[in-house]
Design a binder for this molecule. Sequence first.
Ligand code: IVH
Length: 675
Amino acid sequence: MKSASDTAAASPAERAAWLRAEIERHNRLYYVEAETEISDVDFDALVRELEDLEAAHPELATEDSPTRKVWGEPLAGFANVQHRVPMLSIRNTYNEAEVRKFDQDVRKGVGDEPVRYVVELKMDGVAMSMTFTNGVYTAAATRGDGTTGDDVTQNIATLRDLPKQLKDAPAGTVEVRGEVFMERAELDRLNVLREAAGEEPYRNPRNTTAGTLKLLDPAQVAKRHLRLFVYEMVPVDFKKPGTHQDTLKTLAAWGLPVNDHFTVCDSIEEVLALCDSWQTKRFDLPYETDGLVVKVDKEEQRAKLGYTSKAPKWVMAYKFPAEVRRTRLNDIVFQVGKSGVVTPVAELEPVPLAGTIVKRATLHNFEELRRKDLRKGDLVEVQKAGEIIPQVLGYVPEERPESAPAVEPPEACPSCGGALHQDPEGVFLRCLNLACPAQILGRLTHFASRGAMDIDGLGPAIIEQLVSRELVTTPVDLYALEADILAGLERMGEKSAANLVAAIEASKARPLARLLFGLGIRHVGTTTATALAREFKNMDALMAAKVDDLEAVDDVGPIVASSVADFFDTEANRALVETLRMAGLNMEQPVETVASDGPLTGKTLVVTGTLEGMTRDEMHEAIQRAGGKVASSVSKKTDYLVAGEKAGSKLDKAEKLGVTVLTEQEILAMLEGGA
Ligand code: IVH
């Protein structure tokens, strides 16, 4: 794909084609993969640019342009449902003038009679349609492409907010529409569980909601407490109330959850004032909102206004700009990671931003720091990227303190004082001293982590104490720790000290693959570590391997091969391995029992996304026990891609190459020999 700047100067036709492809790609990421790469503001800017281009050059407008259609694709795995009445999207703006223009158009459209608006919160969740027949809940469907959605009746049935029987039920069939969402606190609760299980935390409530609705097992959906607000009614067998206010009242009277933060406004001035007041108030809500929805109240007027191919003319969303706050940059500190990379980090005067208190923000690298020219004491503007990760946008020039020198990259490692080297690959500065305390801390934390030696109870807080008391510098020192020494650490009793000693002892038996991963060799993740361990079977054979031997292993390319060879060529690393061996660590990879006649014998699989029932490592092990081979990237040689929740680019690639994609349920069935 060309970059935006490549086509910015191109012909209108080229630019329009690029915009279309880019918008489609982001739509796909958002709707199908529940993943986002760019902010709503940036996305809307792309759509806006394409709309303007198509307006200026009508000959460029195509039938299937993303400016004309509602996006979203039904998922494989759920039955398709045809919507009785299409589920349209709504026009968006960030701009006050456009809200005024909307009001003018509405007034003109209804023949200059008074117009009343109902202004609701725009919930940042997933649109849902629910059907009730004679008051009984019978079906639910996602929006999908607006015409056809996914049948998620069972999943939605698990929502506690949804009554299964309406009060004072109307006779006949009625569809109600609304938004399924997740509260921030629920996301936090799920993330505590995930982190305890060593899994990546979920990034935001909307994506997690979309991912949850994709689960094929309603019992799993029930475990994540999704919520619901309804805001529209599509009766099949009776007439709708005459105003939207009455529609909301009726929905509430039936026992459905209606968000009571809606306001009736008699003028567009009132609407705009209300929008202003929600800009910051919205962060006090327990859920995320991304704007306000301004709806014409009277049904009669709505009917007069009608629809475009994509959206009703009687509704407009006024979206909140990303919240930007100013705060002082108290300091810029340098952090050293496990591989020695030094990262500049902004330490900020704590500031509330988009629902949390922000104190730090990574500046990524020294190139970025130089570009932004941030200085200690600056007043800076911060915002959250994708509403999650704090980001320093820049400084306010007139507020710069008089004597604020530019921040230079450190000349020596801030942790050990050792020399720093510019990374040949780019913009990074790296400390090469293996004895650097910050690196030691990072390496030991990695060694003990769940995917590596899995030493229960040995987290960063304990390791930091061990390192600062110089009780531990290399992994082998862990194996010499005694309970009475550990019991002297902060937050450690005798019992937990004894448990920790036992956990350290137990880790000696881990298979070679885990030890290899735990050593933190550059470019060696769990999959590569497993491939190497399976191939060479023991540490000696691996250490003796030449670059060519390493490259011959499936899934190992030249960069990984030379990284492994370099690691074992280094005297200190060889010595570390020898001391670990003397401490009694296992250096072998157990021979897998099912190899020649398992259900997956001869098959190569790649696992991607988040799995529900097990970690990815556990899935890898299960596949290997069934005789299958696990690779880390999708190629023509891949037989199956196992795609969990939030599968991203690997899924795209598999689809492109025609590789069969399996859901978690399908692979589990195969592992049991069921397919
Ligand atoms: S009304 C035809 N009201 O925003 C009008 N939509 O970007 C139907 N949304 O698809 C939508 N809160 O998923 C409406 N109070 C609200 C809303 C709302 C969130 C979502 C909905 C819609 C999307 C459009």
